[in-house]
Write a protein that binds this ligand. Structure first.
Ligand SMILES: Cc1ncc(COP(=O)(O)O)c(C=O)c1O
Length: 383
């Protein structure tokens, strides 16, 4: 494509090379373990583009081209889940004796992996406040190798000043990773803000239909060789079938995401007016304490946020949730259907103060009026 193009134009065409595949618009799904070589010399030198299924296929390459364009990255690996997209780069860049700093509002299973496994391998793990910014300097140690960020944070949606954290971390010789699943590269491009490794649970918006588990890790040029080697060493590869489905999902991700954004913002603003609601935790709302940072860094907000009930506890949250009929009760997000879950903050290191139970909503592609009526039924159940 000549010259810069809008995001939806790019999403419609990225990764496709029809004339490499007899003119067919989409790349073929190449299922592969074995790849044949024409002769012994070529095999011994591995002198051809594809060598074995674990090392990529034309299908995974089509997706990688698309993702590298969106992320501005030197290379991207694909792994079997969003959680693996967190664990594989941490394994790539940490060794025994290293120190890892993780934002306290991190996705729970990232914390579980760090606490249960990285510590077993001799990695020291500490947590920091999402709002720390350049203050991360006080947390860095001579052996800090990785600063792990996620913005906004899982469930409570605090933002991080990624530019400030990255500048200080780099000065101290640490690399910066970011779980950017919430924003997707359409609304925030981590590598443009100093992040070295951008992580996505493509299970969410890229796949978009609640039927695929998939992770993507994109690296800048300095980090790419080590990330790629780790993938080769671990063998955490994906099937071409799923890579194809994610590429298919990318074609519509822009329009889906805009719809998720608009519906979520409309419902978040409405929730703020409800008498049973204490606070809505959504960085795209002017009431969010870091809304200025949101406006500085993000091109948009996606479809997941939380709200806090005025008082009560788990029983009240259950009353509300059990009255919902359109919102499903289930984990994950980024699919076409709306979901609600009660938030558990017991694993946080830093103290949390909320007036009542926190409920997380994933706003799907349904009609806003119907979703609002469903939430009204939840409030009615509270009496
Ligand atoms: C922020 C974030 N990162 C990573 C993941 C993990 O993705 P997956 O469910 O594909 O393992 C999730 C899943 O909910 C998530 O919310």
């Amino acid at each position: 494509m000549n010259g810069p193009k809008g995001p939806n134009t790019r999403l419609a065409h990225l990764g496709n090379r029809p004339h490499d595949f007899h003119g067919f618009v989409n790349p073929p799904v190449v299922r592969a373990s074995t790849v044949l070589f024409p002769d012994a010399e070529t095999l011994t030198a591995r002198r051809q583009k594809y060598t074995y299924g674990t090392q990529g296929t034309p299908t995974t390459d089509a997706l990688a081209d698309a993702v590298n364009d969106l992320e501005g990255s030197a290379g991207t690996i694909f792994v079997p889940s969003g959680l693996a997209a967190v664990t594989v780069p941490l394994l790539a860049f940490l060794s025994a004796g290293d120190h890892l700093l993780i934002v306290d509002s991190v996705y729970g299973p990232t914390r579980r992996f760090a606490n249960a496994m990285l510590t077993r391998f001799g990695v020291e793990v500490d947590y920091y406040d999402a709002e720390i910014g350049a203050g991360i300097a006080a947390k860095l140690k001579p052996n800090t190798k990785v600063v792990f960020t996620e913005s906004p944070g899982s469930n409570t949606f605090e933002l991080q000043d990624i530019d400030a954290v990255a500048a200080v971390a780099h000065k101290a010789g640490a690399i910066v990773m970011m779980d950017n699943t919430w924003a997707t590269p359409l609304y925030f491009r981590p590598l443009d803000h100093g992040v070295d490794i951008s992580i996505h649970a493509a299970t969410k918006y890229p796949a978009g239909h609640s039927d695929i588990l998939f992770g993507m890790v994109s690296a800048n040029a300095a980090c790419w060789p080590r990330l790629k080697d780790t993938q080769t060493n671990l063998g955490t590869c994906v099937s071409s079938d799923e890579a194809y489905q994610v590429l298919r999902g990318l074609r519509t991700m822009g329009v889906r995401l805009d719809r998720h954004r608009d519906s979520a913002l409309a419902l978040a603003a409405w929730l703020e007016t409800q008498p049973q609601v204490d606070r809505v935790l959504h960085p795209g709302l002017p009431s969010h304490p870091q809304h200025d940072l949101f406006r500085r860094d993000f091109a948009g907000s996606s479809g997941i946020f939380s709200f806090v009930l005025k008082g009560g506890g788990a029983a009240e949250a259950a009353l509300f949730l059990n009255a919902l009929t359109i919102f499903g009760l289930g984990f994950s997000w980024g699919g076409y259907e709306s979901l609600a879950v009660p938030v558990n903050l017991d694993d946080r290191t830093l103290p949390q103060a909320y007036a009542g139970p926190v409920i997380r909503l994933q706003i799907g592609l349904e009609d806003v009026a119907d979703l609002r009526a469903d939430l009204e039924a939840g409030f009615s159940a509270l009496g």
